[in-house]
Design a protein around this ligand. Structure first.
Ligand SMILES: [Zn+2]
Ligand SMILES: [Zn+2]
Length: 236
């Protein structure tokens, strides 16, 4: 066995990180190798308010965020919802994949630390599932992600801070207007958020209808700013 290979084996035994995408030993405690990390669909220059990729203009906001007020003041979503990030996220959502959750939520926490010069939000609120869907699925992916973020960033989490008070139809297959209608009155805020900045956490930001409905509920309860932290967002 050549020395380099032997050294890698010894390191892997000490720090048993194994890449969840290509299965090599990473030689660190992280379960993602550098090559696969670089191959993830990073959104490299996002609009600070909506998270969509910016054109080349040297401004922090995209055209539509400049023109229209948004329900939230900041979005951190490091990845486009594309392969291979999308598969990992589906693993978290439908299979409760804790390794994928740890890897992606750690990368999200790193992005949050880099992008905030100002203090972090005072509380983290995972997007809730209605209890019936929670019973069927067995876990809430937003709560898994929030737990990892809270631990890494030292921000308290209110798991039951916002409750779904009405079961809504699954959003899949509904157009934008139907998604909005589907969500009116769906949430109730159960913790004091007055004059606090809050971070709402979910796995993916798609049309944003769920997050917008939750942001309206939090703003009505007095939150000074609503930020959105998701692993990925759909673009285009
Ligand atoms: Zn890899
Ligand atoms: Zn924007």
């Amino acid at each position: 066995m050549d020395p380099a290979h032997w050294r890698q084996r010894a390191l892997a035994a000490l720090l048993p990180g194994r890449c969840l995408l290509c299965d090599v030993f990473t030689g660190t405690a992280t379960d993602l190798c550098d090559h696969c990390r670089a191959s993830l669909p990073w959104i490299t220059r996002p609009c600070t308010q909506c998270g969509l990729p910016l054109a080349d203009a040297p401004v922090p906001l995209c055209g539509s965020c400049i023109l229209r007020p948004s329900a939230f003041q900041r979005v951190v979503a490091p990845f486009a919802f594309e392969a291979p990030a999308a598969e990992l996220i589906r693993g978290i959502k439908f299979g409760g994949d804790l390794v994928a959750n740890r890897v992606l939520a750690t990368l999200l926490a790193g992005e949050i630390v880099q992008r905030y010069d100002d203090p972090l939000p005072a509380i983290i609120l995972p997007v809730p599932l209605h209890w019936r869907r929670l019973l069927r699925r067995g876990h809430n992916q937003a709560a898994l992600i929030a737990r990892t973020l809270g631990r890494l960033l030292g921000v308290p989490i209110e798991f039951d801070g916002v409750r779904r008070i009405r079961a809504t139809r699954a959003q899949t297959g509904l157009d934008r207007a139907a998604r909005r209608r589907n969500l009116i009155g769906a949430f109730a805020c159960r913790v004091p958020v007055a004059e606090r900045t809050v971070a709402v956490v979910d796995d993916v930001m798609t049309t944003g209808a769920t997050l917008i409905a939750m942001a309206h509920c939090l703003t009505a309860a007095g939150a000074s700013e609503v930020h959105v932290w998701t692993l990925a967002r759909t673009i285009g």
